[in-house]
Design a protein around this ligand. Structure first.
Ligand SMILES: *Cc1c(COP(=O)(O)O)cnc(C)c1O
Length: 414
């Protein structure tokens, strides 16, 4: 249902002057402005932001800047979208997956420390970086994660792609670790149509990231290359869209939080269906301030949902999210790790009512492509995947839509 980005109505006000001045290139004035605006949002005097072509590119360059290379190990939250992990594989490095805790569904700090010790004992080397992920916008336990990372001297790369403008103790996600990756893909909190950014600790590091992002050109009158670079800068036209989107950022954030409040209110007391909400922290902490990019819930394994006996009876034709029209036909209707039948039945039930609900992200340690990676596991992420569901909360979803969705959910239980 209505799963597309919402424009601010001001995009052309930024794009037209840029086109009139022939700024349809990367590194135009709007890229600079967009970066300065994002820097102001971080609320940090020293941090510098580099606008890039995607959140995936931001993570890739952050890993390079942390010195990650072939054979190195990088600790990654298992419960995430593949883009958190793929850049580790691009570099020939090995992801080490760490499971989640139940409060935020993000990286479990106790398991993180266990993973560091385990890898040091088995390989004699420390992992090169740690990537916690703000799943669905929810802040991770960053205070504990930073304490552990600092104690072992391992840099943290925050994957705040889904958590743009989420906060922990009032501080913006992406500003705690050495790096913070943001995404402005079409489905994220704000969009540049496709794009991302990397929050860097200082000017010198930002310069290095920009250098890598523009094919690593040395300062000579001719093209001289002493490292392998990338074509990862954001185009000026995309930055124009981003600048326009920032003018409605607060409205977007307010919308997503409102969707969450409404779902919680209307689903309160519905047996077998539990919304996932931010944990409450006691003072002096300001607590977990999620942007609620996606609203998520758990369906009790015991709950009976209409049609669950026919769940997974046929191969579906399209990949999740439409995958931009790309279909890669599945070999079978089921895999050895999938959502419970009642979750799939609820997805199908809502789909028939024209509501697009989705399963949660499938943990990386259960993805065939990463089957050989080490994993420090407590069962939480797999249980979340078996029982969880994402509900529509995009910018075009109205209060009435939420009421309709909730009525359909209630009607879906036997
Ligand atoms: C979207 C996303 C990314 C990557 O962002 P792109 O801009 O799409 O490359 C990285 N990590 C997570 C968790 C994401 O959801």
């Amino acid at each position: 249902m209505l799963c597309k980005p919402k424009m601010s109505g001001r995009e052309l006000d930024f794009i037209k002057p840029a086109l009139a001045e022939d700024w349809a290139v990367p590194m135009g004035p709007d890229v600079n402005e967009f970066e300065r605006e994002l820097e102001r949002l971080t609320g940090c005097a020293d941090k510098r932001v580099v606008a890039l072509s995607s959140g995936t590119a931001a993570l890739h360059l952050a890993l390079i800047a942390c010195g990650v290379g072939p054979g190195d190990e990088v600790i990654v939250q298992s419960m995430t979208f593949c883009a958190s992990t793929n850049p580790v594989a691009y570099l020939g490095a090995i992801p080490v997956f760490v499971d989640s805790e139940r409060e935020t569904w993000n990286m479990d700090p106790d398991l993180l420390e266990e993973a560091i010790k385990d890898r040091m004992a088995k390989t004699g080397r420390k992992p090169k970086a740690i990537i916690p992920v703000a799943l669905y916008g929810m802040p991770y336990q960053i205070e504990r994660i930073m304490e552990i990372a600092d104690r072992y001297g391992i840099p943290v790369i925050e994957d705040a792609a889904e958590g743009f403008c989420s906060r922990y103790d009032g501080k913006l996600l992406g500003t705690f670790g050495r790096f913070g990756a943001l995404s402005f893909n079409g489905n994220k909190m704000i969009t540049t149509s496709g794009g991302g950014a990397l929050i860097c600790p200082d000017e010198a590091t930002a310069q290095k990231i920009k250098w890598y992002a523009t094919q690593a050109r040395e300062s000579y009158p001719y093209y001289q290359h002493e490292a392998v670079g990338y074509n990862y800068r954001l185009s000026n036209i995309s930055a124009c869209i981003g600048r326009a989107q920032l003018t409605v950022l607060d409205e977007h954030l307010e919308h997503h939080k409102r969707m969450q409040r409404l779902y919680c209110e209307l689903l309160n007391g519905v047996e077998g269906f539990t919304m996932h909400s931010a944990p409450t922290l006691l003072p002096p902490h300001g607590g977990y301030d999620s942007n609620y990019w996606l609203c998520t819930a758990i369906i009790d394994p015991e709950a009976r949902v209409k049609g669950e006996d026919e769940a997974y009876s046929s191969v579906i034709s399209g990949a999740v999210g439409g995958a931009a029209g790309v279909t890669h036909t599945a070999a079978s209707a089921t895999t050895d790790c999938q959502p419970n039948n009642n979750v799939e039945a609820m997805r199908v039930w809502l789909d028939k009512a024209n509501i697009e609900a989705r399963p949660l992200w499938k943990p990386m340690h259960r993805q065939p492509v990463f089957r050989n990676s080490p994993a420090i596991i407590n069962g939480v992420s797999e249980q979340l995947f078996h029982t969880g569901i994402c509900l529509p909360a995009g910018p075009y979803v109205t209060d009435d839509d939420v009421r309709y969705i909730v009525d359909c959910i209630k009607a879906g239980f036997c």
